[in-house]
Design a protein around this ligand. Sequence first.
Ligand SMILES: N[C@@H](CCC[C@H](N)C(=O)O)C(=O)O
Length: 276
Amino acid sequence: MKFSKYHALGNDYIVIDPKNLSGELSETDIRAICNRHFGVGSDGILCGPNESDSCDFSLKIFNPDASEAEKSGNGLRIFSRYLWDQSLVSYDEFTIETKGGVVNSIVGKDGLTVSVGMGKVRFTHESNLESEPIPEIIKIKNREFTYYLANVGNPHCVILLDDVTPSLAKEYGSIIENDTRFLNRTNVQFVKVIDKSSIQIEIWERGAGYTLASGSSSTAAASVVHALGLCKSTIDVHMPGGVIGIELDSAFFATMTGAVRKICEGEISSEVLNLL
Ligand SMILES: N[C@@H](CCC[C@H](N)C(=O)O)C(=O)O
């Protein structure tokens, strides 16, 4: 099975073109391919391009636990770069259909930078409701966190703190992800406001765990801090893997811009698919 691997600030994805598959990817295949010891290793699989009635392309996004994600900001930027590498797009804007809505994408700077219009950010987990960000409390072990819901197509739980560390995300992320109040689980961001135009985040991704960067997480976190009046509408989001720029319009339509790099391409051995 042919694959290409890319990363966006250390958030790595394997792209598999369905034309190279004899059928659907099974859950076992997805887990095995993403496994960092027994497979190629990645934060997820992008299965596309698929045909779309409404857009130029459509894309399926899988987490390493084999769940399907509605959207992935970095995944969409990587997939856009893949389309550009395959000469399926040029420097003109194009559209991609996902389970979490339509995105507009534009590749720049020789494929090294990609911008994606992520759509409208909402402050609930129901993607069709309008709401201001509402503070809620969650108690875990010895700690109480105030969180805000956001939906970028996929669900997010944004927690503002004075200080954020990888160990905080690793200690509390999974418990919050799987709390029963989040019906479809949740991605989690621990956010520190640095100044009016920059924030720092640590991320726990639904179905993937601790990651070095996340585009939809950056979008959710930037939207919450802007809606609360803590930051302006143009925000640099600092993550362990690097910086993503988020721009929000007055209706909370978000545009995300950042780097994408190709790692390699190759063939996944059938032995990998039979291992796990
Ligand atoms: N890394 C992604 C988010 C991928 C999907 C997420 N794990 C989910 O299940 O919603 C990004 O860059 O947005």
